[in-house]
Design a protein around this ligand. Structure first.
Ligand code: ADP
Length: 494
C-alpha cells in the first residue's frame, strides 16, 4: 500500500459516523441518568451546589485561582452590577515537578504563594483595608479534577487527571488544604466556592449576556482535559445531597464526562487509542477524554505517524536523519511520548492550500527535521491523519453536548418554560438555548464548532431545526472569572 492509501485507511478507522453519534448519545444519556442515582460517591455526575446563574446585577470584588492542567491562574474581578466587570489576571506555567510533587503541601504552598504575590502586586491597598476591617475577600477555587462535593466550599479529591500524581491529596478536602496554605501567608482570603472550569466558563458567560438573552444552561471545556456541566432538576438527583438551596428546583451537575469509560462510549477504539492509553499515566481511565481533549490528540497523531514511519512500504519521512542525543541535540520529538502538541492538528486543519505550505513548515519546525526529507506525500499523509483525529474529537464533543442538552430538557418544545434558574422573568421572550465553551481546542481548532453542529443535527431529539436554536459562545479564560463570580454569590448567600 502506498503512503497515501495507508493514511486513508488509518483515517477511516477514526470515523465516528452519524449512526455512532446517535447510538453513543443514547448511551451517554443513560450514563448521565445512572450517575444521578448512584448510592456511592462516583467520579461522574457531581452535584456542584450551585443552584442559580448570575443575574448580571451582582456587585463586589472577589478572587479566583485556577489550577489547570497546564497553567496556574490567579485573577481578581470587580463586578459592576450591570453585566460588565473589570478583571486582573496573572498566569504561571505549572512547573512539571509540582504535578508529581512528593506532598500536596508543596502544591498548595505554591498556589497560596501565587495568590500572595498577586495581591501584593494588584491590591496592596485593599489588602491593608481588609486587614484593618477584618473583612475577607471571597475566593473561588477552580479545580477541574474529579472532586466529590458535599457543599459549595468543600470537595474530596477522588482521583487526579491531566498528568497530576500527588497521592496524599487523594481523599482530602482540597478547599481545606488551600485554606490552610492561604492562612500560612496570613491573607484575608476565604475559599467560599469550589468550582470546576466548565461551570466557571458558564457563569462568566451568563453574567455578561444582555439580560434579554436566554440564560446559559450548559458549559463545556475542551482544553488539556474535557468536562461539561448542565442544569438538572433537583427532583432527578436521587443520590444523597448535603445541605443545599432548593428554592430554584435546579442544580448544576458536573458530568466529569472525561471519565466516561463505558465500552459503548469508547468508540471507535483504534489500535492507536489502545497504545496511547497504555502509555498514559492512568491506563483504562478517562477513556472519553483520551479521544477528545488536547492532552491526547497530539499524542495520537504521533503514535500513528510512528507506525507510518516504521512501515517500509508507507515510508513516511523516508531517509530522514533524526536528532542525535549524543551530539547534544536532544531526543527527536517524533519518538518522544507527549512531545507533539495538539496545535499541530490545528495547523493541519487550517492549511487547505494545494501544497500545504504552512503544515510543511510546521512539521519541519515541530519535528526538527530538514525540509528535504518532508515530501509532498508526507505532508498530505500527516494532514489526512490529523484531520481524522480532530474531526472525531469534535464530533464526540458535539455528541456529549447534545446529550446534556437533551438530559437537561433543553431540547423539548417547552424548554423555555424551564426556569433557567433565577433570571427569566418572562420566558416566552427568550429564544433558543445557550451554551458556554472554553479551552484551546474548541477555541483554536478550525472547524471544531462546525463538526459539533453536524453531530447535533443528526441526533433525533435535536435535528437541523434544534441545531439552529443552539447558541454557543467562547467564554475566553472565563473559568477563573466565573469562579470569582460564584465565590462572591456564595459569600452573599451566607
Ligand atoms: P488548560 O486546559 O490547561 O486550562 P488550554 O485551554 O490552553 O489550557 O488547553 C491546553 C491544551 O490545548 C493543550 O493540551 C494543548 O495541546 C492544546 N492546544 C494548544 N494550542 C492549541 C491549538 N492551537 N489548537 C488545538 N489545541 C491546542
Amino acid at each position: 500500500m502506498s503512503l497515501s492509501q495507508k493514511a486513508e485507511s488509518i483515517a477511516s478507522e477514526f470515523v465516528f459516523s452519524d449512526d455512532d453519534v446517535r447510538k453513543c448519545s443514547k448511551q451517554f444519556i443513560f450514563e448521565l441518568d445512572k450517575g444521578l442515582k448512584s448510592v456511592v460517591p462516583t467520579v461522574c455526575q457531581i452535584p456542584t451546589y450551585v443552584t442559580k446563574v448570575a443575574r448580571g446585577t451582582e456587585k463586589g470584588v472577589s478572587l479566583a485561582v485556577d489550577l489547570g492542567g497546564t497553567n496556574l491562574r490567579v485573577c481578581s474581578v470587580e463586578l459592576n452590577g450591570d453585566t460588565t466587570l473589570t478583571a486582573k489576571h496573572a498566569k504561571k506555567v505549572i512547573p512539571p515537578g509540582i504535578m508529581t510533587a512528593a506532598t500536596g503541601a508543596e502544591l498548595f504552598h505554591l498556589i497560596a504563594h501565587e495568590i500572595d504575590q498577586f495581591l501584593q502586586l494588584h491590591h496592596r491597598d485593599a489588602l491593608e483595608k481588609l486587614r484593618q476591617s477584618k473583612d475577607v475577600l471571597p475566593l473561588g477555587f477552580t479545580f477541574s479534577y474529579p472532586a466529590y462535593q458535599t457543599s459549595i466550599n468543600s470537595g474530596i479529591l477522588l482521583r487526579w487527571t491531566k498528568g497530576f500524581v500527588i497521592p496524599d491529596v487523594v481523599n482530602k478536602d482540597v478547599c481545606q488544604l488551600l485554606q490552610v496554605a492561604i492562612d500560612e501567608f496570613n491573607l484575608p482570603v476565604e475559599v467560599t466556592a469550589l468550582v470546576n472550569d466548565a461551570l466557571g466558563a458558564l457563569m462568566f458567560r451568563t453574567y455578561t449576556l444582555p439580560l434579554s438573552q436566554t440564560r446559559t444552561s450548559v458549559g463545556a471545556i475542551f482544553g488539556t482535559g474535557t468536562n461539561g456541566v448542565y442544569l438538572e432538576k433537583l427532583s432527578n438527583i436521587t443520590k444523597s445531597l448535603g445541605n443545599h438551596d432548593d428554592s430554584t428546583g435546579e442544580m448544576f451537575i458536573s458530568c466529569e464526562w472525561g471519565s466516561f469509560d463505558n465500552g459503548l462510549l469508547v468508540q471507535p477504539n483504534t489500535t492507536y487509542d489502545v497504545k496511547v492509553d497504555q502509555i498514559s499515566m492512568n491506563p483504562g481511565n478517562q477513556m472519553f477524554e483520551k479521544r477528545v481533549s488536547g492532552m491526547f490528540q497530539g499524542e495520537l497523531l504521533r503514535v500513528v505517524l510512528n507506525e507510518l514511519y516504521a512501515d517500509p512500504d508507507a515510508g513516511l519521512f523516508r531517509g530522514v536523519q533524526w536528532n542525535d542525543p549524543a551530539q547534544g541535540e536532544g531526543p527527536a520529538p517524533f519518538f518522544t511520548p507527549w512531545a507533539i502538541d495538539t496545535s499541530l492538528l490545528s495547523m493541519a486543519a487550517a492549511d487547505n492550500a494545494q501544497e500545504l505550505p504552512a503544515l510543511s513548515k510546521a512539521l519541519v519546525e515541530t519535528l526538527r527535521i530538514s525540509a528535504d526529507h518532508v515530501s509532498a506525500d508526507d505532508v498530505r499523509a500527516v494532514k489526512t491523519i490529523a484531520d481524522a483525529i480532530g474531526k472525531r474529537a469534535a464530533r464526540l464533543a458535539g455528541m456529549a453536548i447534545a446529550s446534556v442538552l437533551i438530559k437537561g430538557g433543553r431540547m423539548t418544545v417547552d424548554r423555555n418554560l424551564l426556569p433557567v434558574t433565577g433570571i427569566v422573568e418572562n420566558p416566552s421572550d427568550v429564544e433558543g438555548v445557550d451554551i458556554a465553551v472554553d479551552g484551546s481546542v474548541v477555541e483554536l481548532y478550525p472547524g471544531f464548532e462546525r463538526y459539533m453542529r453536524e453531530a447535533w443535527s443528526v441526533i433525533d431529539d435535536i435535528g437541523p431545526a434544534g441545531e439552529r436554536m443552539i447558541k454557543m459562545g467562547i467564554a475566553k479564560d472565563g473559568s477563573s472569572i466565573g469562579a470569582a463570580i460564584i465565590a462572591l454569590i456564595a459569600q452573599m448567600d451566607v
